[in-house]
Design a protein. Structure first.
Lengths: 189, 873
């Protein structure tokens, strides 16, 4: 990562937190690419037994993209916000592709062979959650962001609060409500 | 739910949570009042509050890990495995994952097949499989895939095999019904592979459409000899047999569909098991469905053991072929073909008979009806007809007229579809022979390229190998050709000796070789003889038509021929001095033989380049170039090179309509002439048909991938189309291949400008300018890059330099205009462009697509310029 690029990321993060939505459009592909690249690097990892965590991936992406050691807490929170959104896209796309593979009759053999059965159920849940989350966003944008950051971004309540510029208390309350609302919604579909 | 209601629900819900469970009920009662619906709503949400371990409480780590680690297992793309560079995954089956890769040591394409870890667990079986795969490969049979290496990478076993650019028979089947001839052709090749393997004591055990690859030239390669041994389908080693296949759905290791009855029964397997499987494949190729089908594996197996296949409902299949299928599918081994040689023989006999039928114009439909009308009688009358036809053919063959048939059979044996004629090596001391050997190479390329069915690599691509060591397999992969022709020229007194060798690039085997020794005074006849022999060996129809098609192309005068070859020698080494030398030689050639069409083409080609290399104004050179091209056409109006030259002179004279007609004519006459596609793409771009210009630019590149000029042209086409990434990719490759190629760096720089990568753009265009010894065009591109990056002072310095060049006639007005346009000074840019218009610079139309002039295109002055160049709006 070039110095100039990480400055660019920082700049975009600031712009986005100042309410410039266009900055997000530019930021998103950067983060997305980085997450994918890092995922690829994991792929070459030697220790298969290593427990993998999305949070870890996202934090690493932040270090790489936004330029390392400078401990800019606020900036970091914004970054994590973008990363959570990117992660949501990546995971939902993957889950969707699994769903569609399952449906395509001819490809069943490959699918069953390539992916473990265990995660098939999990991917259905993720697709359902994504859809419910989109519905929630129409009614309660902030609550949907809380879920996105916590669930897809693996962020703590504090990090979520920082990213959304609200109190930790609000995050907790939003989470409780949204959680129940989403679970009911998913159960109903 | 409306938004207002939602807010209320959320408020109450959150308030309730803050309360102790006891207090909740009364609070709900108070806040909801009479609204029962609301209370129900809150309660239903509260029901979820106390659930634990819902999916939402577990981070999606597992699925993220799967996403990532699945790749870990399955995709090695981009990694080095030993000396193989893995490029991309091309397939995954029950037993292995296959990648396309490059062998970095031998610089050839390979396929690397990784056995799944579970497969390689049993060392004994693995060893047997590997030794069998190697044994089959060592048979060195054209229809059996070659295994280069068996290796181990981080504990996984892999096989490196030849890379086959083609489709599996399975893919071919899914594309639609196969013609009977194609089916027979494929079956013959598989049978031939099996015959070779069986004779060496190797049984395949898993013949199925997935295990046969078909190359674009029709050659079939059988894959995976021995792999069935480790798949569990291996009665030699384990008695398990079918039981091993009855695993849970999803862990399918192999298929039962192509099993023989003895495989199903797990009795001893012989070579006949492969014959049965081939019978199933043959049946499937003809009918599109399996002879033994069923919903479950047990159904399939029971059908294999008990059922007779249903009749194939297809009218164009002769009975003889059905009999072959039937004999291969006999359940009782004693009734089945005893050997694959036997089956192969019957298939070949069938094919031969069918060819004869075709040669005498009988159709298979007629066969079908005669069979319906009266069994044996019809067949016997057919046989006598065939005998008569054979006799007839024997006569015409003696008369030398049955060429159509002869070529038909040659084509069936596997015609070579692509060739690179490598520069013949001059082993004599005489420098004079250098132009002879080069010239001979080039004429061979030209005459062979007239065959529309043959792809012949163009001169500049093969000449980039001149002086280098020639490894046929390496050349094959670099130029994507199936064969190369290598030649050596030496001299013994008055005798010229030429040794030729035609080599298969896949195997490195010699297909044909011949040594010629002829008197040096008879070069013309000599050349013709060689062209004929080579064309004949290639199975090209050319050897028959060639004389008719280009009868007047050659001269009978050996001196004229010598001078012509010498002229081309100089012409190819483009510089002002060499172009004048070339003109001298071509003139001498037409002095010797005033009807020598190609020499006039040479003159035209030399004159048309003079403005570019010698600065001679186009008003002086283009009329001469045009006159010579027309003279060549007077002698031979079917000469593709002459049409191409005329097209270019018309094009450069802004004679748009006529130029297009000539281009199209030239392409029709010789679709393999890279230069004409190249010029035509420029033509299309200059006349505003930007999108259309991509196809000919690509076609030229395909025919001549190593030509710098042609590659650069494709690069600028991409840039003009806004595909800067594609241009960068292409031009990066080009400059890696030939770092000293100035044009490549300049175009790469232009692509970088498009991407806003100004530092890189300046560096590349500067390199281009330096390498070209600051040619007007390259210097202008550098100036434009500086201007685009906002480096005004440096850009203006370049303008000063270019203005000096303009006076010296080594730069044109357009060059200066480009830098001004980059600086946003449109007035100055137009001032210089108008100067070019006044001199009718043949390159002025470039402004239509060169990126530097993009900013001018909306200006009415631009439209005016185009109009004055005779371009339609």
């Amino acid at each position: 990562m070039l110095e100039a690029d990480s400055r660019r990321v920082t700049l975009l993060l600031n712009q986005w937190s100042d309410g410039n939505d266009a900055a997000l459009d530019e930021l998103m592909p950067l983060v997305y690419d980085e997450l994918r690249t890092m995922a690829k690097r994991y792929m070459s990892g030697q220790n298969k037994g290593h427990t993998f965590q999305t949070t870890e991936l996202i934090h690493e992406a932040y270090l790489k993209l936004a330029g390392g050691e400078k401990k800019d807490w606020k900036n970091r929170a914004h970054f994590l916000g973008v990363a959570a959104l990117a992660m949501r896209h990546i995971l939902v796309n993957y889950a969707l592709s699994k769903q569609s593979q399952k449906r395509g009759g001819d490809q069943q053999k490959i699918t069953l062979e390539e992916n473990s059965m265990v995660s098939t159920e999990r991917s259905a849940e993720i697709v359902a959650l994504d859809s419910a989350l989109s519905d929630l966003a129409v009614l309660d944008e902030r609550a949907s962001r809380v879920v996105e950051l916590k669930f897809f971004g693996g962020m703590t309540n504090e990090e979520t609060a920082e990213a959304l510029k609200v109190s930790t208390e609000t995050v907790k309350r939003d989470w409780h409500f949204a959680r129940s609302w989403l679970l009911r919604k998913v159960a109903a579909t | 739910m409306d938004a207002h209601r939602f807010v209320k629900v959320k408020e109450i819900y959150q308030a309730v949570l803050d309360l102790s469970p006891d207090a909740r009920e009364s609070y709900l009662h108070d806040s909801c009042g009479e609204d029962d619906e609301l209370r129900k709503e809150i309660n239903s949400l509260l029901a979820y509050e106390n659930t634990f371990d819902s999916f939402i409480d577990t981070p999606p780590d597992a699925i993220a890990a799967e996403l990532i680690f699945n790749r870990n297992e399955n995709d090695l793309s981009g990694f080095d495995v030993g000396h193989y560079k893995i490029i991309t995954k091309i397939g995954r089956g029950g037993m292995a994952t296959v990648y396309r890769a490059t062998d970095k040591l031998l610089e050839r394409d390979v396929a690397v097949k990784f056995l799944h870890d579970t497969i390689g667990e049993n060392p004994d079986r693995l060893y047997r499989f590997l030794s069998e795969a190697k044994a089959a490969s060592s048979l060195n049979h054209p229809n059996i895939i070659t295994v280069f290496e068996v290796g181990d990478y981080k504990g996984s076993n892999f096989l490196a095999t030849e890379f086959i650019a083609g489709v599996t028979l399975r893919e071919r089947l899914s594309q639609g019904q196969l013609e009977v001839d194609e089916v027979v052709n494929i079956a013959i090749q598989i049978a031939s592979a099996l015959d070779a393997a069986h004779k060496a004591g190797i049984i395949h055990r898993d013949i199925k459409p997935e295990n046969a690859m078909i190359r674009p030239d029709g050659l079939v390669k059988v894959l995976d000899f021995g792999i069935a041994k480790i798949a569990g389908n291996d009665s030699d080693l384990l008695p398990a047999g079918p039981a091993r296949f009855d695993t849970a759905p999803g862990t399918i290791l192999g298929t039962t569909d192509y099993m023989s009855p003895e495989q199903v029964r797990s009795t001893r397997i012989t070579a006949q098991t492969d014959i049965f499987s081939l019978g199933i494949v043959l049946y499937e190729m003809l009918s599109g469905s399996l002879p033994f089908a069923g919903h479950t594996r047990s159904d399939v197996m029971s059908a294999i053991l008990l059922k007779e296949p249903s009749r194939i409902e297809r009218e164009d299949i002769p009975v003889e072929l059905l009999e072959i299928v039937s004999r291969a599918l006999r359940k009782d081994e004693s009734e089945r073909y005893h050997s694959s040689a036997e089956m192969h023989k019957d298939l070949v006999q069938f094919q031969r008979d069918r060819d004869l039928d075709l040669a005498i114009g009988r159709t298979t439909q007629a066969d079908a009806s005669s069979q319906l009308n009266g069994g044996i009688f019809a067949l016997s009358s057919r046989a006598s007809l065939r005998a008569a036809a054979g006799l007839f053919l024997a006569f015409v063959l003696i008369g030398g007229l049955a060429i159509g048939y002869w070529y038909y059979s040659v084509a069936n044996e596997g015609t070579i579809r692509s060739i690179a004629v490598m520069p013949f090596i001059n082993n004599s001391d005489s420098v004079d022979n250098e132009y002879f050997s080069d010239g001979l190479t080039e004429s061979l390329i030209n005459s062979l390229s007239l065959d529309p069915n043959l792809s012949v690599k163009a001169r500049s691509s093969v000449f980039s190998f001149k002086g280098k060591e020639l490894d046929p397999q390496k050349i094959g992969s670099e130029l994507s050709v199936e064969s190369v022709l290598l030649g050596n020229v030496s001299q013994l007194g008055e005798q010229i000796i030429i040794s030729l060798e035609l080599v298969d690039t896949q195997t490195g085997d010699q297909i044909w070789g011949k040594r010629y020794q002829r008197d040096s005074t008879d070069l013309v006849a000599f050349h013709r003889e060689i062209s004929r022999d080579v064309a004949k060996k290639l199975g090209s129809r050319l050897s028959i038509n060639q004389d008719h098609k280009s009868g007047k192309t050659y001269t009978e005068d050996p001196d004229a021929y010598r001078r012509y070859l010498k002229g081309r020698y100089f012409w190819n080494r483009r510089s002002s001095e060499n172009l004048y030398k070339a003109i001298e030689e071509f003139r001498a050639a037409v002095d010797h033989d005033p009807n020598y069409a190609l020499a006039y083409v040479g003159l035209s080609d030399a004159y048309v380049l003079l403005e570019n290399f010698a600065g001679t104004p186009s008003s002086e050179t283009l009329p001469i170039a045009k006159a010579y091209a027309e003279r060549a056409l007077e002698i031979d109006d079917q000469l593709p090179e002459a049409h191409a030259s005329l097209a270019l002179t018309l094009h450069r004279s802004w004679n748009w309509a006529e130029a297009e007609r000539e281009y199209k004519g030239a392409i029709e006459l010789n679709p393999n002439y890279a230069t004409v596609h190249h010029s035509y793409s420029l033509y299309l771009r200059e006349t505003g048909r930007l999108e259309d210009s991509l196809l000919p630019a690509k076609r030229a590149y395909e025919l001549d991938p190593l030509s710098g000029i042609i590659t650069g042209n494709l690069g600028v086409t991409y840039i003009a189309l806004g595909e800067a990434d594609a241009a960068v990719e292409l031009m990066r490759k080009a400059v890696v291949f030939d770092p000293a190629f100035p044009f490549g760096h300049s175009i790469l720089g232009l692509a970088y400008i498009k991407k806003g990568m100004h530092a890189e753009a300046i560096s590349e265009t500067q390199k281009g300018s330096e390498l070209s010894r600051q040619s007007g065009n390259a210097l202008a591109t550098y100036g434009y890059a500086l201007a685009a990056a906002g480096k005004r002072i440096e850009a203006i310095a370049v303008i000063t330099e270019l203005e000096q060049r303009y006076i010296e006639k080594t730069a044109i007005g357009q060059n200066i205009a480009a830098v001004y346009a980059g600086l946003g000074d449109n007035d100055q840019a137009f001032r210089w462009l108008v100067k070019d218009l006044e001199t009718r610079s043949s390159f002025l139309p470039y402004i239509r697509w060169l990126p530097a002039f993009e900013s001018l295109r909306d200006d009415p002055r631009f439209t005016d310029l185009c109009r004055r160049m005779g371009m339609a709006e």
